[in-house]
Structure formats: structure tokens, C-alpha cells
Design a binder for this molecule. Sequence first.
Ligand SMILES: [Zn+2]
Length: 361
Amino acid sequence: MARITLRQLLDHAAEHSYGVPAFNINNMEQGLAIMEAADAVDAPVIIQASRGARAYANDIVLKHLIDALAEMYPHIPICMHQDHGNNEATCATAIQFGFTSVMMDGSLKADGKTPADYGYNVAVTRAVVDMAHWVGASVEGELGVLGSLETGMGEKEDGHGFEGKLGHDQLLTDPDQAVDFVKATQVDALAIAMGTSHGAYKFTRRPDGDVLAMHVIEEIHARLPNTHLVMHGSSSVPQDLQDVINQYGGEMPQTWGVPVEEIQRGIKHGVRKINIDTDNRMAMTGAIRKVLAEKPGEFDPRAYLKPAKAAMSAVCKQRFLEFGCEGWASKIKPLSTAAMAKRYAAGELEAKIGVSRQAAE
Ligand SMILES: [Zn+2]
């Protein structure tokens, strides 16, 4: 079956200048929606599960669900990724259940809400990198705390997110520190903080450079041209999805997400993984609200889950196209985690630091 590691997939994306959306999953309908979209445009897939999703769906169900999706679509490489791992154990058990990639989010302590210091982040991330690379799995780290530059607040996603208020020094990743972090931890991908936050309420107006600091991405990419950058909280929160929800009895206050053009700008500067959950949640909820509002006598879950799946699949397909994924799935030959483990052991995948060194080679 075509399971792929994050590292191999993002190396391919970097080579061909595209980005890959990472969609969150909690149930079968979301899994089918993602794969139908990927199949329609021949796009490689990153499916990610948070700790909340693993608890909701059960690790055994998730494992077999991903096996089933891989069996249904053997020509689509699937990376199964742990979203926001909070400690070594979460990452280790994810790999036990067939995940090919883990995020160790050491920007927060293991409780998932207390901002951690830099030394803690380096140590815990390095421990996960050592463990994961022995078995060929990939690791995403995070430097800087995700939260709003407008309010200084974070938004909890599945119970993960800081409490209280932080300053811009913690909410923006420092480019020099990013170099040091990648050197010290050898992560395969780096999530950075630059004003995106989780959930639907990211911005109170269409974001500009004051609240969405895309320049941070450009500065980090210039120093770390070979490190794959990850944008979290990057749903675009489209107006039409807000409108459907509100038209059929929902009460979502007006809000703005990350414009697709800004993500495309990021992809030009090293962004290879773009995390999207809210847009899919909204698409499903709007479709379900519509059915239940228009047909109050309906009680067959399939009557609303089928349009919900179709609405999510449409969002996924659109993002695959917008990020340049079309046509790549069939061109990738996934390496096993065992083969990747050998590449790490041979030193082939060590992080390359700095433009000057690359130029000198
Ligand atoms: Zn996130």
C-alpha cells in the first residue's frame, strides 16, 4: 500500500515547487472525502489526527480506516501524521499505530497549554527525532507559539493551545533561532508562528502584514532553504461557507481566515505543508444544517452525511488545485519507513543550513 513519509513527500513537493494541504480526520466520512478529492486530481495526501481525534475515533479504528483508504486508492501516496504531539509517548504510540510522521509540538509543555522555554523545546523535539528516525518516520517541530497577533490570544484546538496572553516575541518565530533549532533537532519540517491561529476566528478583518506576518516565512526560508516550512491554522474560512451555516440557523459571527493568495505566496518561500481543518468542518456543518433545515422530517444519517462528505470533498479538491498538487500522486514512488531509516542512518537527510553553504557546495 502506498503509505509515504512526510519527509519524502515534502522533498518531492520542494523539488517541484508545490505545497500539500494536511487535512484533519476524525471519522470515515472525512477520510473518504479527502481521498475522493485526491483521486479526482491525482494529488498526494497528508491526513493528520490530533490527540483529540485519536481519542474520539480510537487508535485501532483509525489504523484500520487508514489501511482501508490506502487499499481503496493504491495509487495515491498517503502520509499519516500526528498533529500536535504533546510528548514523546504520544509520538511513539502514533508510530506504533502506523503513522509515518509525527509533530512534536515542544512550543508548549506536555499539558498542551503552558508555553515552554527554548531549551525544553529543543530537548523534547530532539528526543522524538532520534526515536522516529531510527524507524524512518518523519518529525515536524514547532518554534514560536501559535496565536493571534491582533489579540495576543491563542485558540484551543481539541484542547491544545496556550491560555492567557502572549507578546509578539513569543508569537513570531525568530529566524536566527529557527536556524539554531533546526541544527540542534534535525527536524524534517518546521512549523512557524506568524499570526495564524487555530479555529474559525483568526482575524477580525481581512488580514494584512500587521496581523499575518508572511515576511517571517521569507526570512526563515532565506536562512533555511532546505527546511520544509509548515503553516498551521491555515483555513481560509470562506465567506460562502460562513453564509451557508448562518442561512440555515447557525450563529457564526463574521470572521476572516488566511487568504489562499497568502498561502500561495508562502509556497513560493518554502511552505510545503498547510494545515486545514476549520474549512472542512464548516463545509460539513453547513451541508448538514441545510438538509436538516429543509427536511425536518429526515432522520437517516446518510441523508445529511452524504452531502456533508461531498461539501468537504469539494473544499479538499479546491485546495489541492490551488496549492499545485494536481498530477503528482502517480509520479511518486513511496519508500518504506525501513528504507527511510537507512537514509537517516547514512546521514543523507541531515538538515542543510544557510544559503551560503548551499552556494558554496
Ligand atoms: Zn496546529
